[in-house]
Design a protein around this ligand. Sequence first.
Ligand code: 13P
Ligand code: ZN
Length: 275
Amino acid sequence: MKVLDASFVQGFIRMGYDGFLQNYHERNGGNLSYRIKQEEVESVRENFTPDKPWQPIGTEVPQLAGEYFMVTGSGKYFRNLPLDPEANTAIIEVDEKGENYRIVWGLCNGGRPTSELPSHLMNHEVKKRVSNGRHRVIYHAHPTNVIALTFVLPLTDEVFTRELWEMATECPVVFPDGVGVVPWMVPGGREIAVATSRLMEQYDVAIWAHHGMFCSGEDFDLTFGLMHTVEKAAEILVKVLSIRPDKLQTITPQNFRDLAKDFKVTLPEKFLYEK
Ligand code: 13P
Ligand code: ZN
């Protein structure tokens, strides 16, 4: 099968372009990766040219040895994804030590995988373990309202989770584990990858202060939906704070506990503090 005919490739392109349409991806902002299923690898393997050199990942991901990923290219625009997927994305293979990768398909006009590859792969490694292999998508975007909030809210998991949960009744059902926050750090390297992947041990969402957000999920729909839900809650909060600094009424800790019971989710008490 041709790579572009594979449904995982079509799902990848559609999700990326949907992100562009939501204004999550100015210029080359954001990046996307998908841990390809073994049977999907076999269905497109005939197109692979594994003759490119191995390159260092910049960190170690031994639990991903031998895995294949579809990734966006560094400096590539999400806006162009559907026009030329082969120039803007790549399929990469991770070596047997989990220290190097090589491009086996794509980036046909040159280039390299996203500069956030260390964060993507370290997040994949954690999520593969804690989700028993179910999570396959890691998505980084630059959504406006989440970024705006990192200038005005304390940069703690507790405050961000609680304030976002209060903005829409569905929020604690969509991300019951909450969201983690990484203080401002230099992007693109191992240090921010380590900090983010630590948060991914307990959350599916990590917010990068003054930069953007990472989401993890089982498939393209769930991961895009998670990004979309968090950013929409952030948009409501920005509007609320813009109208008046204090809320007249809101969803209370007891309301959340009642919701948790009926919707059969566990909401950690650390987020249901008294204000
Ligand atoms: P890349 O173009 O290298 O993927 O970088 C974009 C980005 O958002 C960096 O955080
Ligand atoms: Zn970014």
